[in-house]
Ligand binder design. Structure first.
Ligand code: XMP
Length: 318
Protein backbone atom coordinates (compact mmCIF):
# COMPACT_ATOMS: atom_id res chain seq x y z
CA UNK A 1 0.00 0.00 0.00
CA UNK A 2 0.97 3.65 -0.48
CA UNK A 3 3.07 5.26 2.24
CA UNK A 4 4.68 8.70 2.28
CA UNK A 5 8.08 7.23 3.18
CA UNK A 6 8.05 4.84 0.23
CA UNK A 7 6.85 7.62 -2.07
CA UNK A 8 9.75 9.87 -1.00
CA UNK A 9 12.33 7.10 -1.51
CA UNK A 10 11.07 6.04 -4.92
CA UNK A 11 10.48 9.55 -6.16
CA UNK A 12 13.89 10.87 -5.06
CA UNK A 13 15.57 7.89 -6.74
CA UNK A 14 13.57 8.39 -9.94
CA UNK A 15 14.32 12.12 -10.01
CA UNK A 16 18.05 11.46 -9.55
CA UNK A 17 18.02 8.93 -12.35
CA UNK A 18 15.98 11.09 -14.70
CA UNK A 19 17.70 14.44 -14.12
CA UNK A 20 21.29 13.37 -13.52
CA UNK A 21 23.55 16.42 -13.44
CA UNK A 22 21.10 18.68 -15.27
CA UNK A 23 19.77 21.89 -13.82
CA UNK A 24 16.14 22.39 -12.88
CA UNK A 25 14.19 25.59 -12.41
CA UNK A 26 11.04 25.66 -10.27
CA UNK A 27 8.50 28.38 -9.55
CA UNK A 28 7.58 28.53 -5.87
CA UNK A 29 4.17 29.92 -4.99
CA UNK A 30 4.30 29.83 -1.20
CA UNK A 31 1.79 27.00 -1.23
CA UNK A 32 2.03 23.43 -0.08
CA UNK A 33 2.36 21.82 -3.53
CA UNK A 34 5.29 23.75 -4.96
CA UNK A 35 7.05 23.66 -1.59
CA UNK A 36 6.80 19.88 -1.28
CA UNK A 37 7.89 19.49 -4.92
CA UNK A 38 10.92 21.70 -4.27
CA UNK A 39 12.02 19.73 -1.21
CA UNK A 40 11.74 16.43 -3.09
CA UNK A 41 13.88 17.86 -5.87
CA UNK A 42 16.29 19.41 -3.42
CA UNK A 43 16.80 15.97 -1.87
CA UNK A 44 17.40 14.49 -5.32
CA UNK A 45 19.64 17.10 -6.98
CA UNK A 46 20.68 19.59 -4.28
CA UNK A 47 22.15 22.82 -5.59
CA UNK A 48 21.16 22.08 -9.17
CA UNK A 49 17.65 23.15 -8.22
CA UNK A 50 17.01 26.85 -8.83
CA UNK A 51 13.81 28.21 -7.28
CA UNK A 52 12.09 31.41 -8.30
CA UNK A 53 9.40 33.04 -6.18
CA UNK A 54 7.50 35.77 -8.03
CA UNK A 55 5.51 38.42 -6.22
CA UNK A 56 2.57 39.10 -8.51
CA UNK A 57 1.25 41.74 -6.11
CA UNK A 58 -1.83 39.56 -5.54
CA UNK A 59 -0.59 37.57 -2.58
CA UNK A 60 -1.92 37.81 0.96
CA UNK A 61 -0.77 40.68 3.15
CA UNK A 62 3.01 40.49 3.91
CA UNK A 63 3.16 37.02 2.39
CA UNK A 64 5.97 37.58 -0.09
CA UNK A 65 8.57 38.54 2.52
CA UNK A 66 7.53 36.04 5.18
CA UNK A 67 7.43 33.10 2.80
CA UNK A 68 10.70 34.06 1.14
CA UNK A 69 12.39 34.06 4.54
CA UNK A 70 10.89 30.68 5.31
CA UNK A 71 12.25 29.20 2.08
CA UNK A 72 15.73 30.51 2.80
CA UNK A 73 15.56 28.88 6.24
CA UNK A 74 14.76 25.58 4.54
CA UNK A 75 18.05 25.72 2.65
CA UNK A 76 16.53 26.28 -0.76
CA UNK A 77 18.34 28.26 -3.38
CA UNK A 78 15.57 30.77 -4.06
CA UNK A 79 15.41 34.08 -5.84
CA UNK A 80 12.54 36.42 -4.97
CA UNK A 81 11.35 38.64 -7.82
CA UNK A 82 8.98 41.49 -7.11
CA UNK A 83 6.94 41.95 -10.29
CA UNK A 84 3.83 43.50 -8.69
CA UNK A 85 3.83 46.54 -10.94
CA UNK A 86 4.06 44.44 -14.07
CA UNK A 87 1.09 42.29 -13.09
CA UNK A 88 -1.06 45.27 -12.12
CA UNK A 89 -0.28 46.83 -15.48
CA UNK A 90 -1.22 43.61 -17.30
CA UNK A 91 -4.52 43.52 -15.38
CA UNK A 92 -5.46 47.14 -15.99
CA UNK A 93 -9.17 47.36 -16.99
CA UNK A 94 -9.49 43.56 -17.19
CA UNK A 95 -12.75 42.34 -15.57
CA UNK A 96 -13.48 38.99 -17.16
CA UNK A 97 -12.36 36.07 -14.94
CA UNK A 98 -10.78 34.03 -17.72
CA UNK A 99 -9.12 37.13 -19.20
CA UNK A 100 -7.61 37.78 -15.76
CA UNK A 101 -6.22 34.25 -15.61
CA UNK A 102 -4.80 34.65 -19.10
CA UNK A 103 -3.20 38.03 -18.34
CA UNK A 104 -1.66 36.68 -15.12
CA UNK A 105 -0.52 33.46 -16.77
CA UNK A 106 1.17 35.40 -19.58
CA UNK A 107 2.83 37.89 -17.23
CA UNK A 108 4.05 35.02 -15.10
CA UNK A 109 5.55 33.24 -18.08
CA UNK A 110 7.33 36.43 -19.18
CA UNK A 111 8.79 37.12 -15.74
CA UNK A 112 9.68 33.50 -15.19
CA UNK A 113 11.26 33.18 -18.59
CA UNK A 114 13.43 36.26 -17.99
CA UNK A 115 14.66 34.74 -14.74
CA UNK A 116 15.05 31.18 -16.02
CA UNK A 117 17.07 32.20 -19.05
CA UNK A 118 19.49 34.09 -16.80
CA UNK A 119 20.50 30.73 -15.28
CA UNK A 120 22.81 29.01 -17.72
CA UNK A 121 22.27 25.41 -18.71
CA UNK A 122 18.78 24.77 -17.33
CA UNK A 123 17.05 21.85 -19.06
CA UNK A 124 14.09 21.06 -16.81
CA UNK A 125 11.14 22.97 -15.48
CA UNK A 126 9.62 21.49 -12.31
CA UNK A 127 6.01 22.12 -11.34
CA UNK A 128 3.96 21.31 -8.25
CA UNK A 129 0.97 20.11 -10.29
CA UNK A 130 -1.19 17.66 -8.32
CA UNK A 131 -3.82 15.21 -9.50
CA UNK A 132 -6.93 17.40 -9.08
CA UNK A 133 -5.23 20.14 -11.16
CA UNK A 134 -4.73 17.60 -13.91
CA UNK A 135 -8.34 16.39 -13.94
CA UNK A 136 -9.99 19.79 -13.58
CA UNK A 137 -7.93 21.12 -16.47
CA UNK A 138 -8.59 18.09 -18.64
CA UNK A 139 -12.32 18.36 -18.07
CA UNK A 140 -12.02 22.09 -18.71
CA UNK A 141 -10.39 21.70 -22.09
CA UNK A 142 -11.09 18.20 -23.31
CA UNK A 143 -14.61 17.35 -22.31
CA UNK A 144 -17.88 18.20 -24.01
CA UNK A 145 -18.69 20.65 -21.22
CA UNK A 146 -17.54 24.23 -21.60
CA UNK A 147 -14.39 25.50 -19.89
CA UNK A 148 -14.85 25.67 -16.13
CA UNK A 149 -11.70 27.45 -15.07
CA UNK A 150 -8.36 27.33 -16.77
CA UNK A 151 -5.85 26.84 -13.99
CA UNK A 152 -2.85 28.63 -15.34
CA UNK A 153 -0.32 26.32 -13.68
CA UNK A 154 -1.30 23.37 -15.86
CA UNK A 155 -0.74 22.81 -19.52
CA UNK A 156 2.96 23.40 -19.93
CA UNK A 157 4.72 26.33 -21.43
CA UNK A 158 5.10 28.01 -24.76
CA UNK A 159 7.61 26.35 -27.07
CA UNK A 160 10.18 29.10 -26.76
CA UNK A 161 11.10 27.96 -23.28
CA UNK A 162 12.13 24.55 -24.61
CA UNK A 163 12.34 23.03 -21.16
CA UNK A 164 11.42 19.49 -20.28
CA UNK A 165 8.72 19.24 -17.63
CA UNK A 166 9.04 17.37 -14.36
CA UNK A 167 5.99 17.05 -12.08
CA UNK A 168 6.73 14.76 -9.12
CA UNK A 169 3.31 15.25 -7.46
CA UNK A 170 1.20 14.65 -10.54
CA UNK A 171 -0.43 11.49 -9.16
CA UNK A 172 -1.12 12.76 -5.62
CA UNK A 173 -4.10 14.26 -3.87
CA UNK A 174 -3.64 17.18 -1.51
CA UNK A 175 -3.76 15.13 1.70
CA UNK A 176 -1.07 12.83 0.30
CA UNK A 177 1.08 15.84 -0.60
CA UNK A 178 0.79 17.05 3.00
CA UNK A 179 1.78 13.62 4.31
CA UNK A 180 4.80 13.54 1.99
CA UNK A 181 5.78 17.00 3.22
CA UNK A 182 5.49 15.93 6.86
CA UNK A 183 7.59 12.86 6.09
CA UNK A 184 10.35 15.18 4.85
CA UNK A 185 10.12 17.37 7.96
CA UNK A 186 8.52 20.43 6.41
CA UNK A 187 7.12 22.85 8.98
CA UNK A 188 3.59 21.90 10.11
CA UNK A 189 2.24 25.39 9.79
CA UNK A 190 3.43 25.65 6.20
CA UNK A 191 1.94 22.23 5.37
CA UNK A 192 -1.34 23.16 6.96
CA UNK A 193 -1.75 26.30 4.87
CA UNK A 194 -5.01 26.61 3.04
CA UNK A 195 -4.85 26.28 -0.75
CA UNK A 196 -4.53 29.62 -2.48
CA UNK A 197 -5.15 30.09 -6.21
CA UNK A 198 -2.28 30.99 -8.55
CA UNK A 199 -4.05 34.17 -9.76
CA UNK A 200 -4.36 35.11 -6.09
CA UNK A 201 -6.52 38.01 -5.02
CA UNK A 202 -7.18 38.92 -8.67
CA UNK A 203 -10.00 36.36 -8.81
CA UNK A 204 -11.34 37.53 -5.44
CA UNK A 205 -11.70 41.12 -6.61
CA UNK A 206 -14.76 41.00 -8.81
CA UNK A 207 -14.55 43.42 -11.69
CA UNK A 208 -11.41 45.38 -12.51
CA UNK A 209 -8.36 45.44 -10.28
CA UNK A 210 -6.59 48.44 -8.80
CA UNK A 211 -3.79 48.76 -6.24
CA UNK A 212 -6.29 50.30 -3.81
CA UNK A 213 -8.70 47.34 -4.12
CA UNK A 214 -5.84 44.91 -3.56
CA UNK A 215 -4.86 46.79 -0.43
CA UNK A 216 -8.43 46.76 0.93
CA UNK A 217 -8.84 43.05 0.27
CA UNK A 218 -5.46 42.22 1.83
CA UNK A 219 -6.54 43.98 5.03
CA UNK A 220 -9.93 42.25 5.13
CA UNK A 221 -8.42 38.84 4.34
CA UNK A 222 -5.76 39.23 7.05
CA UNK A 223 -8.40 40.05 9.69
CA UNK A 224 -10.46 37.02 8.65
CA UNK A 225 -7.54 34.56 8.50
CA UNK A 226 -5.89 35.80 11.72
CA UNK A 227 -9.28 35.54 13.39
CA UNK A 228 -9.64 31.93 12.28
CA UNK A 229 -6.24 31.21 13.80
CA UNK A 230 -7.06 33.02 17.03
CA UNK A 231 -10.35 31.12 17.41
CA UNK A 232 -8.61 27.83 16.63
CA UNK A 233 -10.75 27.39 13.54
CA UNK A 234 -8.05 27.62 10.87
CA UNK A 235 -7.25 23.89 10.78
CA UNK A 236 -10.92 22.94 10.79
CA UNK A 237 -11.43 24.77 7.52
CA UNK A 238 -10.07 23.53 4.19
CA UNK A 239 -9.89 26.93 2.54
CA UNK A 240 -10.97 30.44 3.46
CA UNK A 241 -10.72 33.92 2.08
CA UNK A 242 -12.47 37.19 1.45
CA UNK A 243 -13.99 38.50 -1.76
CA UNK A 244 -14.32 42.15 -2.69
CA UNK A 245 -17.62 42.73 -4.45
CA UNK A 246 -18.07 45.29 -7.21
CA UNK A 247 -21.00 46.96 -5.49
CA UNK A 248 -21.38 49.73 -2.98
CA UNK A 249 -24.07 49.69 -0.35
CA UNK A 250 -25.50 52.39 1.86
CA UNK A 251 -24.49 52.50 5.50
CA UNK A 252 -24.37 54.97 8.34
CA UNK A 253 -21.47 56.13 10.50
CA UNK A 254 -22.27 58.64 13.25
CA UNK A 255 -24.69 61.01 11.55
CA UNK A 256 -23.21 60.45 8.14
CA UNK A 257 -24.53 58.34 5.30
CA UNK A 258 -21.82 56.12 3.79
CA UNK A 259 -21.75 54.44 0.40
CA UNK A 260 -18.97 51.89 0.47
CA UNK A 261 -17.79 48.45 -0.54
CA UNK A 262 -19.25 45.08 0.40
CA UNK A 263 -17.00 42.12 1.17
CA UNK A 264 -17.98 38.47 1.31
CA UNK A 265 -16.29 35.91 3.53
CA UNK A 266 -15.98 32.33 2.31
CA UNK A 267 -14.88 29.26 4.27
CA UNK A 268 -15.28 25.73 2.97
CA UNK A 269 -14.75 22.14 3.97
CA UNK A 270 -13.46 19.82 1.28
CA UNK A 271 -11.03 16.98 0.69
CA UNK A 272 -9.75 17.85 -2.75
CA UNK A 273 -11.51 21.02 -3.85
CA UNK A 274 -13.64 19.16 -6.38
CA UNK A 275 -16.68 19.45 -4.15
CA UNK A 276 -17.04 21.64 -1.08
CA UNK A 277 -19.46 22.63 1.66
CA UNK A 278 -19.63 25.99 3.36
CA UNK A 279 -18.53 25.89 6.98
CA UNK A 280 -20.89 26.53 9.84
CA UNK A 281 -18.65 29.10 11.59
CA UNK A 282 -19.75 30.21 15.08
CA UNK A 283 -21.94 33.32 15.07
CA UNK A 284 -19.73 34.89 17.75
CA UNK A 285 -16.73 34.53 15.47
CA UNK A 286 -18.58 36.02 12.50
CA UNK A 287 -19.80 38.86 14.69
CA UNK A 288 -16.31 39.75 15.95
CA UNK A 289 -14.79 39.41 12.47
CA UNK A 290 -17.43 41.60 10.87
CA UNK A 291 -16.95 44.29 13.53
CA UNK A 292 -13.19 44.25 13.12
CA UNK A 293 -13.41 44.52 9.36
CA UNK A 294 -15.92 47.35 9.31
CA UNK A 295 -14.17 49.29 12.08
CA UNK A 296 -10.65 48.86 10.76
CA UNK A 297 -10.83 48.75 6.99
CA UNK A 298 -11.59 52.08 5.44
CA UNK A 299 -13.90 51.79 2.45
CA UNK A 300 -15.89 48.75 3.63
CA UNK A 301 -19.25 49.14 5.38
CA UNK A 302 -20.85 45.71 4.94
CA UNK A 303 -19.78 42.08 5.40
CA UNK A 304 -21.71 39.04 4.16
CA UNK A 305 -21.04 35.32 4.56
CA UNK A 306 -21.21 32.97 1.58
CA UNK A 307 -23.45 29.94 2.29
CA UNK A 308 -23.13 28.20 -1.10
CA UNK A 309 -21.75 24.73 -1.68
CA UNK A 310 -19.84 23.37 -4.68
CA UNK A 311 -21.56 22.31 -6.83
CA UNK A 312 -23.41 24.28 -8.00
CA UNK A 313 -21.28 27.23 -6.80
CA UNK A 314 -17.48 27.01 -7.07
CA UNK A 315 -15.09 27.79 -4.24
CA UNK A 316 -13.77 30.97 -5.85
CA UNK A 317 -16.26 33.52 -7.13
CA UNK A 318 -14.44 33.80 -10.47
P1 XMP B 1 -13.00 26.39 -7.79
O1 XMP B 1 -13.22 27.86 -7.68
O2 XMP B 1 -12.80 25.91 -9.20
O3 XMP B 1 -11.64 26.10 -7.03
O4 XMP B 1 -14.05 25.60 -7.05
C1 XMP B 1 -11.14 24.83 -6.72
C2 XMP B 1 -9.76 25.03 -6.11
O5 XMP B 1 -8.88 25.52 -7.12
C3 XMP B 1 -8.38 26.79 -6.77
N1 XMP B 1 -8.33 27.60 -8.01
C4 XMP B 1 -7.21 27.85 -8.70
N2 XMP B 1 -5.92 27.48 -8.47
N3 XMP B 1 -5.27 28.63 -10.44
C5 XMP B 1 -4.96 27.90 -9.34
O6 XMP B 1 -3.79 27.60 -9.15
C6 XMP B 1 -6.54 29.03 -10.74
O7 XMP B 1 -6.78 29.69 -11.74
C7 XMP B 1 -7.56 28.60 -9.82
N4 XMP B 1 -8.91 28.77 -9.77
C8 XMP B 1 -9.35 28.16 -8.65
C9 XMP B 1 -9.33 27.33 -5.72
O8 XMP B 1 -8.69 28.29 -4.89
C10 XMP B 1 -9.73 26.07 -5.00
O9 XMP B 1 -8.75 25.67 -4.07
Amino acid sequence: SWTPAAFVDTTVAELKEKIGDDKVVLGLSGGVDSTVASILLHKAIGKNLYCIFVNNGLLRKDEFDSVLDQYKDMGLNVKGVDASARFLEALKDVSDPEAKRKAIGNAFIEVFDDEATSITGVTYLAQGTIYPDVIESVSATGGPSATIKSHHNVGGLPDFMKLKIVEPLRMLFKDEVRRVGAEMGIDKELLGRHPFPGPGLAIRILGDITAEKVRILQEVDAIFINGLRKWDLYDKVWQAGAILLPVNSVGVMGDERTYEKVVALRAVESTDGMTADWVNLPYEFLQETSNHIINRVKGVNRVVYDISSKPPATIEWE
